[in-house]
Design a protein around this ligand. Structure first.
Ligand SMILES: Cc1cc2nc3c(=O)[nH]c(=O)nc-3n(C[C@H](O)[C@H](O)[C@H](O)COP(=O)(O)OP(=O)(O)OC[C@H]3O[C@@H](n4cnc5c(N)ncnc54)[C@H](O)[C@@H]3O)c2cc1C
Length: 414
């Protein structure tokens, strides 16, 4: 297919959790939608970082969670996973998460997008330029292996963790590398032995000592172990100091190998274990945050603030991965939640630009709560509703952009 000739009502960039939810919802609202993803896979950083837990779905509770905090797609994904093998909702202290089998999640996400006839997905297609006129995005440039093409855009949702925001010239915030949350690099480990339950504590203890003695770098001090589903595997997530430049993935892989060697030497359960897979790149916890029409703050999160346009709810704590102190948790009051206003999903500068997922308008601390996958799903869905309302209220500009027929769409009024 040559997409040069295609007209789309809605355009979503990035097929992470937020982008997928945005694209599916946009298609369900009757918009002819394109989802553009630079890699060959769905799932974004949750896929490349080998995640196994959906966080941010539930209220904080000591008992087993019954229902998701947000309805819509996050509930659909949660129920879809729970109906499949290898998933269960579990409590970690007062936090509830949904543990899943990554393979099952992949199937579920592919089924979700395949069902939408209004949705076209372009994999291995990178958005590399954005043309803006009169504070409106007009076209985007997409590069594939074969071609480079400009397509017209009526409205766009950035689910790319802020890459489109940056390319468009819209204002955004990005903390200095030295202040940003720790990034991570994931390594899959197989053939561990013994009881997996205490292994995360043993890893934390031995890596802290190894970092103190200089056996490994201090930057690796906050690396963690996540046991897998079959008791003999898991993911080693080594901590990486954020950088403004390109990461030296080869050097990071060597550090991961070094950490694994230390674990093999110090912890009996790792003695015969082996590295089974390595992530393609570094996973960032914090990046570009678009400047929106409202900037969600740490105070809003911790006080459980509600908003008139607060359609997305979250109770996940501020989980700030401090470079010097490691993970710092600050909780929302028990049984409460905060709301994210739709204004935080809309660019202050560019009329037809929306954001979903971890690039919405927040301060750095609020992002440390907002960024989890359960919340990203709900944000994606809400960004599509906001885009749809915008399109319904904005006349198409010319014949290249026939306005989608008013009776074909189901956009909420703005
Ligand atoms: C180390 C780490 C551990 C985490 N652990 C958990 C956890 O256990 N549970 C949990 O719920 N959350 C966890 N999170 C948070 C969560 O995984 C992410 O914040 C969330 O998945 C972000 O989703 P997103 O859709 O906003 O962005 P991403 O997942 O980053 O998706 C962005 C997508 O955009 C694509 N893209 C980027 N630029 C372009 C471009 N120019 N053109 C086309 N496509 C582009 C990328 O390839 C990617 O697929 C963790 C995060 C990190 C970093």
């Amino acid at each position: 297919m040559s997409f040069a000739t295609q007209n789309y009502d809605g355009c979503v960039v990035g097929a992470g959790f937020a982008g997928i939810a945005a694209a599916v919802q946009s298609a369900r609202l009757g918009l002819k939608t394109v989802l553009i993803e630079k890699s060959a896979a769905l799932g974004g950083v949750a896929h490349t970082g080998m995640h196994q837990q959906l966080c941010g779905l539930y209220l904080n509770t000591d008992t087993s969670p019954k229902e998701t905090l947000n309805g819509g797609l996050s509930r659909e994904v949660a129920e879809g996973l729970l109906a499949r093998k290898g998933s269960r909702a579990l409590n970690m202290g007062k936090l509830a998460v949904l543990q899943y089998d990554p393979q099952q999640l992949n199937h579920l996400l592919s089924d979700l997008v395949k069902m939408e006839t209004n949705l076209e997905i372009l994999f291995e297609s990178r958005v590399e330029a954005v043309q803006v006129e009169n504070q409106t995005i007009k076209q985007i440039c997409i590069r594939t292996k074969e071609e480079k093409t400009w397509i017209h855009v009526r409205a766009l949702i950035d689910g790319s963790a802020g890459e489109v925001v940056r390319l468009s010239g819209a204002s955004y915030e990005l903390a200095r590398a030295g202040e940003r949350q720790l990034a991570a690099y994931a390594v899959e480990i197989e053939d561990t032995t013994g009881d997996p339950h205490m292994m995360n504590l043993k890893v934390a203890y031995h890596l802290a000592r190894a970092a103190e003695s200089g056996e490994i770098g201090r930057d690796l001090r906050y690396s963690i172990w996540l046991s897998g589903r079959n008791n003999h595997n898991g993911v080693l997530r080594i901590s990486v100091l954020p950088s403004d430049g390109i990461y030296d993935v080869e050097a990071i892989r060597n550090k991961a190998i070094r950490v694994h060697e230390v674990l093999k030497k110090k912890i009996s359960e790792f003695r015969v274990s082996r590295i089974a897979g390595m992530a393609p790149g570094v996973s960032e916890r914090e990046g570009i945050r678009m400047t929106g029409r409202y900037r969600l703050t740490e105070k809003d999160v911790l006080e459980g603030r509600k908003f008139e346009d607060g359609h997305v709810k979250s109770a996940w704590p501020i989980e700030f991965w401090d470079q010097r102190k490691g993970p710092q948790y600050h909780y929302i009051p028990d049984g409460d939640y905060y709301e994210i206003p739709t204004r935080s999903l809309r660019s202050r500068d560019i009329t037809n630009l929306f954001a979903a997922g971890r690039c919405i308008s927040t301060d750095s601390k609020a992002l440390a709560s907002v960024r989890v996958t359960g919340t990203c799903l709900a944000l994606g869905e809400q960004s599509a509703r906001a885009m749809c309302s915008y399109l319904a209220a904005t006349p198409g500009d010319n014949s290249e952009h026939p306005r989608f027929s008013a009776n074909e769409h189901r956009c909420p009024s703005s």
